[in-house]
Design a protein around this ligand. Structure first.
Ligand code: TYD
Length: 208
């Protein structure tokens, strides 16, 4: 049987990696084989692309170049990490996926969603997550939690208005894809959020 593919989405500092670790502990306790991975990155080539995209020195990067690099990293990550795991029956917990491109490059940068669909078509056709979990916390609260934006991270430095558009983008994507995406309230403790995620995934029948 194929593994399950769960994507975690949200603004910077929403707590995706913490929630992925807590879900991983829950899966391990039940003997469910899985891997944790991330975009952009997850493999040697995609991690190299990640460094170029996020490097604060690359301020001259065009929005189109940025979108294409995210799509390129994704194509490689799918081929070398995600698809082989799913085929082996291993579930995949992925920190960000195509939704990030629509939210950040589409709503945030203002690129047409049609262009993003086109450059991500292979990923959209071949491998959509069983569900995309949106950790729902506003960028203001999230940046407050992580004590401000990282000065060396080009995306985190994009400004409050940009991150507000990204958040609105996620809300629009949720409204348009109520079956594929779910908003998880993460205003409580990390354990309360984790319990909500587990309750959602078991109710959906994704994990027993
Ligand atoms: P991530 O490592 O998740 O950063 P953080 O842990 O700080 O949330 O993601 C790196 C950055 O890349 C983040 O700012 C979101 C951005 N991103 C896009 O703009 N488009 C994409 O398609 C992806 C996958 C990420």
């Amino acid at each position: 049987m194929k593994g399950k593919f769960i994507a975690f989405e949200g603004c910077e500092g929403a707590g995706k990696s913490t929630q992925m670790r807590l879900l991983s502990d829950w899966l391990t306790a039940r003997g469910i084989p899985h891997i944790l991975t991330r975009e952009p990155g997850g493999g040697a080539i995609s991690e190299a692309i990640r460094k170029i995209i996020l490097d604060g020195k690359n301020s001259a990067m065009t929005d189109e170049c940025e979108a294409l690099l995210y799509a390129a990293a994704r194509a490689q990550h799918l081929a070398d990490t995600v698809l082989p795991a799913l085929e082996r029956g291993v579930s995949v917990l992925c920190d960000r996926y195509v939704c990030s491109s629509f939210a950040y490059q589409g709503y945030g940068r203002g690129l047409p969603l049609s262009f993003l669909r086109e450059i991500n078509a292979r990923a959209l056709e071949r491998c959509m997550p069983d569900v995309t979990l949106f950790l729902d916390i506003t960028p203001e609260s999230a940046f407050e939690r992580k004590h401000g934006a990282d000065p060396d991270d080009r995306m985190e430095q994009a400004g409050a208005a940009f991150h507000a558009r990204v958040y609105e983008g996620y809300r629009a994507l949720l409204a348009a894809h109520p079956d594929g995406m779910a908003a998880i309230d993460c205003t409580g403790t990390k354990f309360e959020t984790s319990a909500r995620i587990v309750a959602f995934l078991t109710k959906r029948g994704i994990f027993a």
